[in-house]
Design a protein around this ligand. Structure first.
Ligand code: G4P
Length: 534
């Protein structure tokens, strides 16, 4: 039921929850830093990276991040801008961690897509955009690195439309490019935002002119003036006008140009993002749609992460609040287990600093310390039996058998593997017969992370060995008799995953097809909705 509580309505209107997607190296970290600077959340350029390095020095697991120059763990960053509270969910850019990224995208209401303008649309961006499209998430685009020899802006738009099959509508337009990148023309309010060259990247000092058609603008822009006015004339006639409905459905993306490094065009992006991006959206459950402005609290877990800070040896379950108000000490109900728990120490995050939450609202992310009782995709409510849908698990493509160097450590190994896999970066499979556990992952890096974490956190020395397995499918059986026949005839190929679901792991797709053919009533699936699992 729609709430009558003005506090809830006011806070919902203030929230914007989003993630940044990009191909590695396109500039996600740099732009995150600039957004935090505008939000006053950090005061020094370089702070995000410095912080990352400083923290990662304390843990072996984190040192994998550092050595390989990638971000393995994700953080939630909250900052204020204008009258809004922005919740930025950081997503790892590395391909091996895409599953984690996919789940994070289920928890946002909008996405900022950063493209390296020297390269155009790259593979990882394409994959991530597919997920946004599935979920109809609105996407705002930032063409970055215009201070380098970038592609022509019109070609960039063309490239985006062709590669991503998405209409685009420019919101700003670059003035000059490469070493002569001078600023952007704002197509919305028709202002010229000219950056002072001497200020490159520091105070973001600008000259703002309220029209392009003036002797002042002509003088300021100099030799690029004719080209810019020509391009803008062309755009105004040819480009698709901004359409709020199409944007909100994920069919059209507003495009901005700039340089994150030099802080050119970022403020225009952020201002427009605040105007266009939607607030907390309704979410579907198995039972009904839940609106943000309902009185009753609800939320779902999209991520579990261990040891973000070595001083707190806990695992954190990240909950996206969908409706109602969370208050410190409140009892929340977990429909999967039927249990209620009082949450006194939920956390909010600024970069990696954490503080105890007193109140949190729809769109917010809270971290709840977890001792193994919370799983990815769990729903929490104030008593209603709901289960949010849409948090997926993907079939892994690589499989390894884990071998202990010290056989006495079997128990610790099982505990470690179970806990690390519960976080969702890799999946654990137990055979129907036998005791050999198998770990499946989407990329090889996860195996290195698991070995490092088993050593560091569980004092277990283990190695992974390759396996001939290549195909993993979740199994659905029409009825119990079909399942029994399958279990009797294909025992060696059957496993259960960490949620107790039946899976088929085989060497070849041919064998999987053969098993299905011999067992009418059996169907195989490559993804698993993580809900309703006991
Ligand atoms: P990512 O998080 O998407 O992986 O990218 P990140 O921000 O780390 O940027 C990747 C590299 O691109 C960095 O250089 C960064 O400084 C540079 N970069 C980002 N935005 C711009 C831009 O607008 N213009 C230019 N010229 N470069 C940009 P690096 O040398 O790899 O790292 P660093 O030593 O500068 O930190």
């Amino acid at each position: 039921m729609t709430s009558q509580n003005p506090e809830l309505h006011r806070e919902i209107a203030r929230r914007r929850t989003f993630a940044i997607i990009s191909h590695p190296d396109a500039g996600k970290t740099t732009i995150t830093e600039k957004l935090l600077l505008f939000g006053g959340a950090i005061h020094l350029a370089g702070a995000v990276k410095a912080k990352r390095n400083q923290k990662s020095a304390t843990s072996d697991w984190m040192s994998i991040e550092r050595e390989r120059g990638i971000s393995v763990s994700t953080a939630v960053m909250t900052f204020e801008y204008r009258t809004l509270q922005l919740n930025l969910l950081d997503t790892p850019g590395h391909n091996d961690f895409s599953e984690d990224t996919f789940r994070t995208l289920t928890a946002v209401d909008a996405v900022l897509m950063v493209i390296d303008a020297t390269k155009g649309v790259e593979l990882q961006t394409k994959k991530l955009l597919e997920v946004c499209r599935l979920k109809r998430t609105p996407v705002i685009t930032f063409m970055n690195k215009l201070d380098l020899e970038a592609m022509d802006p019109l070609d960039l738009l063309d490239n985006l439309e062709k590669e991503l099959h998405m209409a685009c509508t420019p919101m700003t337009w670059p003035i000059g490019g490469g070493k002569e990148f001078q600023g952007v023309y704002d197509l919305r309010d028709k202002t010229v935002n000219f950056y002072l060259a001497a200020d490159r990247g520091h105070k973001n000092e600008r000259v703002v002119l309220d029209s392009l058609v003036s002797p002042e603008a002509k003088q300021l822009i100099g030799k690029h003036y004719e080209q810019v006015t020509g391009e803008i004339e062309l755009l105004e006639g040819a480009s698709e006008p901004y359409d709020q409905t199409r944007f909100l459905r994920g069919q059209q993306t507003p495009v901005f140009f700039g340089s994150a490094l030099h802080n050119f065009g970022v403020k225009e992006l952020l201002d427009c993002f605040c105007d266009l991006a939607p607030g907390p959206q309704p979410r579907e459950t198995v039972h009904r749609v839940v609106d943000a402005d309902e009185d009753s609290f609800s939320g779902f877990v999209f991520k579990i992460q261990a040891n973000m800070d070595r001083n707190h040896r806990d695992r954190m379950a990240f909950i996206r609040i969908v409706s109602g108000i969370f208050r410190r000490g409140m009892d929340i109900y977990q429909p999967r287990t039927g249990k209620t728990m009082a949450v006194r120490n939920a956390m909010t995050f600024l970069a990696r600093d954490r503080s105890i939450v007193e109140e949190a609202y729809p769109g917010d992310i809270i971290g709840v310390p977890n001792h193994g009782t919370i799983r990815i995709a769990d729903t929490f409510t104030q008593g209603e039996n709901l289960q949010f849908t849409g948090v997926p698990s993907f079939a892994p493509e690589l499989f390894r058998r884990v071998r202990l160097r010290d056989p006495m450590k079997q128990k610790q190994l099982q505990k470690g593997l179970t806990e690390v896999c519960e976080e969702g970066a890799a999946q654990l499979f137990r055979p129907l017969i036998g005791s050999e556990w198998i770990v499946g992952a989407v990329g090889t890096l996860q195996f290195d992370v698991i070995v490092a974490r088993l050593r560091e956190e569980y004092n277990v020395d283990a190695v992974f060995e390759g396996l001939a397995l290549q195909v993993c499918r979740w199994v659905a059986c029409k009825d119990a008799a079909v399942q029994k026949k399958l279990e009797d005839s294909a025992t060696r190929d059957l496993f259960t995953d960490g949620h107790g679901n039946l899976c088929l792991l085989t060497e070849t797709r041919f064998r999987a097809d053969y098993i299905v053919e011999k067992n009418p009533g059996v169907t195989l699936h490559t993804t698993m909705e993580l809900h309703g699992n006991k």
